[in-house]
Design a protein around this ligand. Sequence first.
Ligand SMILES: Nc1nc2c(ncn2[C@@H]2O[C@H](COP(=O)(O)OP(=O)(O)OP(=O)(O)O)[C@@H](O)[C@H]2O)c(=O)[nH]1
Length: 416
Amino acid sequence: MAASAEDNENLVPVTVLTGFLGSGKTTLLNHILTATHGKKIAVIENEFGDVGIDDELLQKNSKVQADEEIIEMMNGCICCTVRQDLITVLSKLAKRVASGKLKLDGIVIETTGLADPAPVAQTFFVDDAVKAFARLDGIVTLIDAKHIELHLDEEKPEGVENEAVEQVAFADRLLLNKIDLVSEADLFRIESRLKGINAFAPILRTEKAQVSVDSVLNIKAFDLKKTLDMDPEFLNTDGEHEHDNSVSSISIIQPGNVDLELVQKWVGQLLQEKGAQIYRMKGVLSISNADEKFVYQAVHMLFRGNFDEKWEAGEPRESKLVFIGKNLDEKELRDGFNACIDTPEVLEKRIKTLRFAMGTKVECKTGGGWVKGEVVAHMYRDEFMPPGMVAPYQVKLDSGELIWAPEDVNNLIRKA
Ligand SMILES: Nc1nc2c(ncn2[C@@H]2O[C@H](COP(=O)(O)OP(=O)(O)OP(=O)(O)O)[C@@H](O)[C@H]2O)c(=O)[nH]1
């Protein structure tokens, strides 16, 4: 969980479009491409089997808006050929943007109706060149109101995932489409069911995928405030869990600050141990000794986070976290997070685990080799350190110079 210094504002937002076969993905794409919004959008198509049909449809409809780039990836399902093709396509786009030949406001990737969106989304967490160019903005899942219950109910053989459930679980926005084909009572029942799986994706009802482009593109998926603005009820999931599904969502809202190092360790361990069952994780953290919000998201075990905008004066400092996944253990997640809250007791406990007491004669590894000194402070922080960082020791060298040790490990600081 390394905080990167990348400037998110300059990265091209990428929308991953998913949804069962026939749910309306192409209809939505056409709508995005033909609506007047003045944005230049590249579309990456991934069709399996009937390659070309969607592409033709799009080109016909988007003639008026010749700015879009439509790229088709012919070699099968993204989640099988995995990320390499996608990386190649994105790198080409990046080059053209860098050379000034192409200005891009967004990228939309349409996944095949059966694909698990995770490998597509994960591309934006793993490849350095891609990370420097684009960011995963959100996963938008189209729901066919007429058929979704059938797909959610479908029994799969042992060990085989139900793609319809997964697509709902991964979503940052759910478009409940084809509302003209069902009754209000059906819609209400379906919405309850969807919230039981994913309580955090606002649900937008649509006919022919007619939706404001701003509510699906550049939505900054981790922005819980925006989500709450769109759907103030989204954290209110009481009574909506009548379906005892193994895929569900959990949120934590915690006032105060958490310690960066503790939370890094916790998240690292969590994703290592539970990454397969945590589909999505996202949030905004209030970190001690940092003026900026730490925003992050993860898709399975791949994590991406950075310090973002500043906390405003008077804005309450609090952390908001969301987990969506299979067989989540709410108590374990809450306990794990609570242990990262920065309190005087936690600080004292951490000081007790340090190897060297105040006044201990030590040697520190410096640019000029091992240098002798004495521990003069525990859990030291100054304004020149990166946001959130606290050093276990401040050391006064025999020369009188004050330095700090970034970690309590023997190859950086040892007994003299
Ligand atoms: N009645 C009705 N039909 C719709 C609506 N939205 C889309 N359709 C129709 O549903 C069919 C499938 O829509 P597509 O947009 O091709 O769906 P898709 O998700 O791209 O399908 P695949 O590419 O096969 O995965 C088309 O015939 C659409 O015209 C809607 O809101 N109501």
